[in-house]
Design a binder for this molecule. Structure first.
Ligand code: PLP
Length: 464
């Protein structure tokens, strides 16, 4: 008889550290999902990683994506939710295609860009939203607050749209989002309200943080849907299992390349390996924010601060939030500010993980060369991934089965694609429809009292 998986905090060992009271307990999946973060500001980690059998994995060959989602999610949640309910959740979450595009030989690009916001973040956000709806206190409304500087907010907003029992407020900085991002956020509608804040991203984040720590708002049942929630990591394990099942012979190795910023996506691959997928190497290319490849090279971790503005803008991260989870899996401890308390087993890490920084210049060259040589259209994030794979092969020799992830749709980068390839990439239908939508945001100053007043006057507490 297996026991239920419990979740602990990455900060649990930080006794005698000023400002931190380590959380030494365990919580259920439900609590990890609804709380988002441990009380000591650490990240929740499963205390056991379930193993799936390769026989079961190979059964997924030729099956649609939700079948892979079931196998992975069931392995973690067998004791938390019934199969029927889980099936409903994964089928509603994954109602779009996951193309595996052959580039050359048995090297593929997996396109995670067919969801409603044409970003891989749709995969995690859509499943997390439905899990939250399932696990919330019935009868009570769950009120999600998100601060966003752009793309994450729309992925989260779209993911929660129409999901029962949950209302969402998304705060964005008025002058820092592009015209298209603003349109995308303002017009989601239904149970999702956009709030345009006079100020910067940090101001939005401060408003949200203050609301979370304000006891006078406890009755509103506020929660976050941020990227460190384990509920967003779990869905990011699935596509690695899916691609292996579709492309591999049972038991053969696979090299996976994951363009990385906050390392949540790559962490999904690390878990997939620990669950039993024969990942020969996890390639984690970054853009010029190369604190991690530098660490693997030199053995000393130093965050990049301030972070560098690169073309692959969703990866402009100087200290990846999920590094704390990677360190923990390899026996180390780092906090959210980038202070290392215990270094992980770097030899074990180097054996499993290869990382390299890819400059903007090389990113552009790769977009061009991938198109000229193979006719494959990549946008900047996917190009960082592909170039990372090429560098891995140059240094370690060829490997038969390789998959590189494309995390956004090329049409989201029309200027770069036109400049480099002289073509116009068509937006997926979901994104074209955005232009026809209407909707206005609520406008607020950065003043917390006004924000609190808005929340008290407008948020619903009861759900049917
Ligand atoms: C968020 C994002 C990434 C980085 O993923 P992490 O999980 O933060 O490493 C890469 N590409 C795109 C398009 C993204 O939106």
């Amino acid at each position: 008889m297996t026991t239920k998986i419990r979740y602990y905090s990455t900060n649990r060992n930080l006794t005698d550290t000023p400002g931190i009271t380590p959380f030494k307990g365990y919580v259920s999946f439900r609590d990890a999902l609804l709380k988002g973060q441990a009380p000591d500001e650490g990240l929740f980690m499963p205390d056991t990683i379930p193993v799936i059998s390769l026989d079961d994995v190979m059964e997924l060959k030729g099956e649609a994506y939700p079948a892979s989602a079931m196998l992975v999610a069931k392995a973690f949640l067998y004791d938390d939710i019934s199969s029927d309910e889980l099936k409903e959740i994964v089928e509603a979450s994954y109602n779009f295609t996951v193309p595996l595009e052959r580039v050359v030989d048995r090297k593929y690009v997996m396109r995670l860009d067919q969801g409603p916001t044409a970003s891989f973040k749709d995969f995690a956000a859509r499943m997390m939203a439905r899990l939250m709806s399932h696990f919330r206190d019935k009868g009570k409304m769950l009120n999600v607050l998100v601060a966003t500087s752009g793309d994450t907010g729309s992925a989260v907003g779209e993911a929660f749209k129409g999901v029962p029992g949950i209302d969402v407020n998304i705060l964005y900085p008025r002058d820092e989002v592009s015209g298209r991002q603003k349109k995308q956020l303002d017009t989601i509608g239904d149970n999702v309200q956009a709030i345009s804040v006079e100020g910067k991203f940090d101001d939005c984040q401060n408003l949200v943080k203050q609301a979370f720590s304000d006891p006078s708002l406890d009755y509103l049942n506020l929660t976050s849907a941020n990227s460190i929630n384990f509920g967003r990591i779990l869905p990011q394990i699935i596509y690695y299992v899916y691609s292996y099942a579709q492309l591999a012979e049972k038991g053969e190795g696979i090299v996976l390349s994951v363009p990385s910023g906050n390392f949540g996506n790559a962490l999904g691959c690390e878990y997939a390996r620990r669950m039993g997928i024969p990942v020969k190497k996890l390639v984690m290319p970054t853009n010029e924010n190369d604190e991690f490849p530098e660490y693997l090279k030199a053995g000393r971790y130093e965050k990049v601060s301030p972070s560098r503005a690169c073309l692959s803008n969703a990866m402009n991260v100087g200290h990846p939030s999920n590094l704390a989870r990677f360190f923990d899996l390899y026996g180390g401890t780092v906090d959210r500010l980038g202070t290392v308390y215990v270094y992980p087993d770097i030899d074990a890490m180097r054996k499993r993980i290869f990382s390299v920084g890819v400059s903007d210049g090389v990113t552009k060259k790769t977009i061009k060369s991938a198109y000229d040589k193979y006719g494959v259209i990549l946008e900047p994030h996917g190009a960082v991934g592909w170039r990372g794979l090429e560098i891995y092969i140059e240094e370690y020799g060829d490997f038969p089965l390789c998959v590189s992830l494309e995390t956004a749709h090329p049409a989201k980068f029309p200027d770069e694609i036109e400049e480099l390839l002289d073509i116009i990439s068509e937006l997926p239908q979901s994104m074209k429809d955005v232009d026809k939508r209407v909707g206005e945001p609520l406008e607020l100053s950065g003043d917390y009292r006004k924000f609190r007043e808005y929340l008290q006057d407008n948020l619903r507490t009861k759900s049917s």
